[in-house]
Design a protein around this ligand. Sequence first.
Ligand SMILES: Cc1cc2nc3c(=O)[nH]c(=O)nc-3n(C[C@H](O)[C@H](O)[C@H](O)COP(=O)(O)OP(=O)(O)OC[C@H]3O[C@@H](n4cnc5c(N)ncnc54)[C@H](O)[C@@H]3O)c2cc1C
Length: 418
Amino acid sequence: MLPEQVSILVAGGGPAGFMAAISAAEAGLTGVHLLEATAEPLHKVLISGGGRCNVTHACWDPRDLVSHYPRGNRALRGPFSRFAAGDTVAWFDSHGLELVEESDGRLFPRANRSSAVVACLRRTAAAAGVTVHAGQAVQTAAREAEGFRVSLRNGRAVHAGRLVLATGSHPSGRRIAAGFGHTIVPPVPSLFTLALADDPLLELAGVSMDPVVLSLELPGGGRQQQRGAVLITHWGLSGPASLRLTAFAARQLQACAYRAVLRIDWSGGLGPEAIVGLFAQCRRDQARRQLANWRPWPELGSRLWQHLLRRSGVELDRRWADLGKAQQQRLIGDLCGSRHTISGRGPFGEEFVTAGGVALGEVNLGRMESRLEAGLHLVGELLDVDGVTGGFNFQHCWSSGWLAGQALAAVSSGPAPA
Ligand SMILES: Cc1cc2nc3c(=O)[nH]c(=O)nc-3n(C[C@H](O)[C@H](O)[C@H](O)COP(=O)(O)OP(=O)(O)OC[C@H]3O[C@@H](n4cnc5c(N)ncnc54)[C@H](O)[C@@H]3O)c2cc1C
């Protein structure tokens, strides 16, 4: 049962809300209640990372870590200097969950199942004395003497000494924050597939290439570039480099209704001169081989190479010795910058977040406390912070939740704990 008066009320049972509640309770606070609107707290954690939950990233220096946040960036230096990826690993370890690093730096639970992370957080919350109430949605919150009056969708009202908003990208949290005078940076999607309608490249669905250089040319002259791995899907382009591009260009892409030009350098930035050299080598050493059967460098996938030959109008059975100058020029042009038209936003990748939210300037990021309303704390995706794919979004939840919990424990205000 939810009492009528509680010391701490956390609205939102996602990773940020759980971390805030646990951190406050473990630091000694009693009467910590967490309300989750749905029947299933931590439901995003459960589906995260393809069911494996990419908990954080092996990026140990806060100065490096911030560069993975298109929104947030340097403002996160302070928070990350207190709780960053290394602290996350240690925190989970001390709560019985070992994290294992993969070759690309992503960290997953050793069990390789997101349910292990959910179980760890739920077990820890219960042990620390946090009371979790599922199916209880916060509707409004208003200041009243020594705390907040919080109204629930089911008609009930609770008095909370301190209030933590951890509602993720749900509009209700933004609405409540705006009610306290907070500026809301308009939300736009981030981390999605780039759709390439009617592009012959789609025939290569399932092909990946690493590294490529993606250059986004936006209407009006803007440009964005990312280097790394891509995956061709039935819709268009996904994979880390493409997702990073959509994160850094999230707002510009939304402004142009997701219509732009994408140039793909399949050589990963080798440059035309180096490729001319590789072609010369093939002509010399593989003169009698058909082009389709001998790629200029081995990492260039054979399906992709044949696609590029067709795209440049070069016969697949032409021998290397017979490759004409004009054909070579077209081919190298396509290898270094094939041009594609982005036709929209495809379905989300494995990860999907919202850019935008409560403006950071109005939040004391050392305490995750509103600068406009004392006692109101804001954490996680509700804030105008989002990271690229790779565990960075959860990292911000762990950091902001932990800091809020520590700040809550450091003050003793509000009514007697319930
Ligand atoms: C498919 C998918 C996979 C992902 N995989 C990863 C990954 O592997 N690694 C990574 O770093 N990031 C990943 N992300 C991003 C990550 O899930 C989010 O950044 C993170 O969940 C945000 O946490 P949060 O606690 O701020 O919000 P949420 O996780 O959204 O939690 C907010 C909670 O608040 C509840 N709520 C909302 N409004 C109210 C209300 N008014 N009252 C009460 N409760 C309310 C919601 O139901 C929700 O449970 C993934 C996202 C998606 C969609």
